[in-house]
Design a protein around this ligand. Structure first.
Ligand SMILES: O=C(O)CCC(=O)C(=O)O
Length: 257
């Protein structure tokens, strides 16, 4: 049974992301939280120092089986796969990211990045879709929200076509750091509640936002790829819907501008 409507596909096509409410049931979220409590107490973060600001841990999916359950035992993975069907999706680099934001941190991101453009990531460590599950309520802005630049997936496609698929490697994936910078639409902090699902195209510019709420923010991210992505990464930079046949079909049927 399909969960996504044609309106959802249209929105994903134009904005580059979707937020779906209440997808992951509480029992899976509670087990993931308990697993994360132990994990982040034992393991140092890969980014941040556990103090105010964003902290991130990246680890193999078999190290966080309850977090993997959040993806696989809820409808989350099946819904994400609707965007790429008949392709499937699985972990691109076999890792799961736990992201927290400890208040007070009144940060407003100055521009977006796309992932996989760090030092030594050549060719880029790209994938198909960034999937996030919110473990804390982020109904207010400045509660650790993920910021996104709607439509930037298409602007990045245009950039790669015009200036080559490796143009963002010298700027860590930040198109607004190029000279001249890529003009983008205004960013939006994603708001949502515990159990909500965020699906974002790999080429969508995004960044971490501040947290001045009373509670720590917690989100699980999964970087998913269609099988064979590593062999066609460049094609996916130059043609944004390469791995998304249902979105392309809507466009070909005239369902998209
Ligand atoms: O912490 C977040 O919500 C965003 C993290 C981020 O931008 C990333 O991992 O690429």
């Amino acid at each position: 049974m399909s969960r996504l409507t044609n309106d959802d596909l249209r929105q994903f096509a134009s904005d580059g992301y979707l937020v779906l409410r209440g997808i992951v049931p509480e029992n899976l979220l509670a087990s993931a939280d308990a697993e994360i409590d132990v994990f982040i107490a034992e393991v140092s973060p890969d980014e941040g120092d556990r103090g105010p600001g964003q902290n991130a841990w990246f680890t193999a999916s078999n190290r966080l089986p309850r977090c993997d359950d959040v993806l696989r035992r809820s409808p989350a993975l099946a819904i994400a796969q609707e965007l790429v069907a008949p392709n499937g999706l699985d972990h691109a680099h076999d890792d799961i990211q736990v992201a927290t934001t400890v208040p007070p941190w009144s940060h407003i991101p100055g521009g977006p990045h796309i992932d996989g453009h760090g030092e030594g990531q050549d060719p880029p460590f790209s994938f198909t879709m960034l999937v996030g599950v919110l473990l804390t309520d982020q109904h207010q802005t400045q509660s650790g929200n993920l910021w996104v630049w709607p439509g930037s997936h298409v602007e990045h496609e245009r950039l790669f076509r015009e200036r080559g698929s490796k143009i963002l490697q010298s700027v860590g994936g930040h198109s607004t750091r190029l000279d001249p910078p890529v003009p983008l639409r205004a960013p939006i902090p994603i708001t949502g509640g515990r159990g909500d699902l965020v699906l974002a195209h790999f080429l969508l510019g995004h960044n971490k936002g501040g947290n001045t709420a009373r509670h720590n923010r917690r989100t699980i991210y999964y970087r998913l790829a269609v099988p064979g992505h590593a062999q066609r990464w460049e094609q996916t930079f130059l043609d944004v819907w390469t791995e998304y046949p249902p979105v392309r079909a809507l466009r070909n049927d005239g369902g998209l501008p």
